[in-house]
Design a protein around this ligand. Sequence first.
Ligand SMILES: Nc1nc2c(c(=O)[nH]1)N[C@H]1C(S)=C(S)[C@@H](COP(=O)(O)OP(=O)(O)OC[C@H]3O[C@@H](n4cnc5c(=O)[nH]c(N)nc54)[C@H](O)[C@@H]3O)O[C@H]1N2
Ligand SMILES: Nc1nc2c(c(=O)[nH]1)N[C@H]1C(S)=C(S)[C@@H](COP(=O)(O)OP(=O)(O)OC[C@H]3O[C@@H](n4cnc5c(=O)[nH]c(N)nc54)[C@H](O)[C@@H]3O)O[C@H]1N2
Ligand SMILES: [Mo]
Length: 552
Amino acid sequence: MTTYGAGAMTNSIPEIRDADFLFVIGSNTSEAHPIIAMEMKQAVRRGARLAVADPRAIWMTRIADWHLQLAGGTDVWLLNAMAHVIVSEGLEDKEFIAANTENFESVRETVLRYPPEEAEKVTGVPAETIREVARAYATTEKAGIYYTLGITEHTTGTDNVYALSNLVLLTGHLGKRSAGMNPLRGQNNVQGANDAGATPVFLPGYQRVADPEVCAKFSAAWGVEQRPEPGLNLNEMMKAMSKGELRGMYLMGEDIVISEPNVSRVEEAMNEMEFVVVQDIFFNESCRYADVVLPAACFAEKDGVFANSDRRVQRVRKAVEPPGEARADWAILAEVMRRAGYPQPADHGPAEIYAEMASLAPKFAGISHARIEREGGLQWPVTSPTAPSTEYLHKDGILRGKGLFQAVEYRPPFECADAEYPLVLSTGRTLYHYNAGTQTRRSGGLTAKQPEGFVEIHPKTARHLGVADGQLVDVVSRRGRVRCRAMVSRQVRRNSIWMPFHFPEAQTNLLTTDAGDAVTGTGEYKVCAARIEPVAESEAERLFPGSYAAAG
Ligand SMILES: Nc1nc2c(c(=O)[nH]1)N[C@H]1C(S)=C(S)[C@@H](COP(=O)(O)OP(=O)(O)OC[C@H]3O[C@@H](n4cnc5c(=O)[nH]c(N)nc54)[C@H](O)[C@@H]3O)O[C@H]1N2
Ligand SMILES: Nc1nc2c(c(=O)[nH]1)N[C@H]1C(S)=C(S)[C@@H](COP(=O)(O)OP(=O)(O)OC[C@H]3O[C@@H](n4cnc5c(=O)[nH]c(N)nc54)[C@H](O)[C@@H]3O)O[C@H]1N2
Ligand SMILES: [Mo]
């Protein structure tokens, strides 16, 4: 958003198969985005080259030409060193930079202080590999970057994205097919939620709350005063809760007592809340703190639209009736508004709600349920009913006007390994379960595939600690202690351990740090200091795996 003027994927998912170079960084694509990984596999089969930058030897590295197995949290060093190679070998696109960007000189000066040989010492990636990948990226016309949480879930998340964005601006791989800068979205409609203004800084269509003109427009349309004061993001809310400044909460499709970092602080604060509403399709873990639970209908039980990762707004259609008293989320919200004294038209549904949003947000002005029925999914911006869908962004110039180079300096993670906590703990996802596990743990098949939480440990570390594969261990950080089974695996770096966060019995987020990125507030889920303590297994635990959970 800051450097180009839009924060979504610049390119479309179907363009991936035609790319000639793919730089996948901090994305476990084959487990977390299998459909997108399929496009990547097709590109590789066609002859595209693939570089994967990830501390773990994830599946994608098996088909990669290069695996840059960097130490967690050292991406700024790696990316600045790639920029160093590009600038010092004269591989930058000078015409593009002169015509379309600003602030190049400051980045040039900065990255010249990040030579590949020094980068090797910090990141562990051989200098020659950094050179090869930088050259391949710079000299391939259709070169795209794909990133997710390995980049963003750090105290330096925004810096990491700026450093990636600099590579794109240096090489001019923007405003073209099968290139660009592509953050892969997490949940099926997280893009749509952002589009609709479910963020503290934007009203629908990425119009800034802080802009008085924007507020005046929405105030007139809605008949209520919209004040130009941004709200709190999740991280700020948690801090305000701990201080007693936030006393009520309405949770909708979010299981915060599982998914927030340093979660014992969240649980303490939840106990002090005066009023909590949970609107969810299941009785999730956060419901334990709720005064009111409102049962919502799931995706198959309601009409509406989802916007996916590549800005494509698609229809979702009701296939079955919701069970019991469950209602569609929009219908619950409309009823709450009515009872709060803000009348809502009785004959309005998802199509009318979308039409209202389109009338107030220029990016969606040309999108309607009727047009999607006729043409299929539409990718924003679609500025009028006759304007075309937008396959890739910045085709007729960078949306911001000039692309903004942002010089960034390396900062270490909030917590580094030390004598007391000598291991680096990182967390994330597996193919078989989904986030807090609320949905997938109810599936017998998926639970059979992966019944319980675990911690991945490198064989050498395991031998050093005297831990055998499958043995119970305690994972300990400055914030908590979690018991689970060790999975001895070469997938992690030595001195690193890794845990999924899908299992409430082995509550990973008791361990993670809530130190957040200064701009986005996102917690550093990907790096904290930890240690492993082997646990002597009782007979009961050996016979009834899972019964130890209560102790953890
Ligand atoms: N099966 C399944 N699919 C999912 C989800 C799920 O729970 N299960 N969740 C969805 C959601 S909400 C999201 S946001 C996406 C997330 O999708 P991803 O971001 O791909 O998932 P993660 O497992 O969190 O981690 C991403 C990768 O970052 C790497 N990494 C960790 N630290 C660093 C670092 O410092 N630098 C670099 N370069 N890499 C690092 C990890 O080793 C891992 O391979 O997945 C979505 N898809
Ligand atoms: N340690 C660690 N923690 C993490 C992360 C990590 O990588 N490591 N990743 C973070 C990320 S990227 C994310 S996105 C979060 C995810 O964290 P959450 O959003 O808290 O987890 P989900 O399991 O996706 O929760 C979704 C909830 O929505 C409900 N739901 C599903 N469909 C509907 C619907 O149509 N309507 C309503 N009202 N509810 C519905 C489900 O039942 C579930 O309770 O976790 C974060 N936490
Ligand atoms: Mo996510």
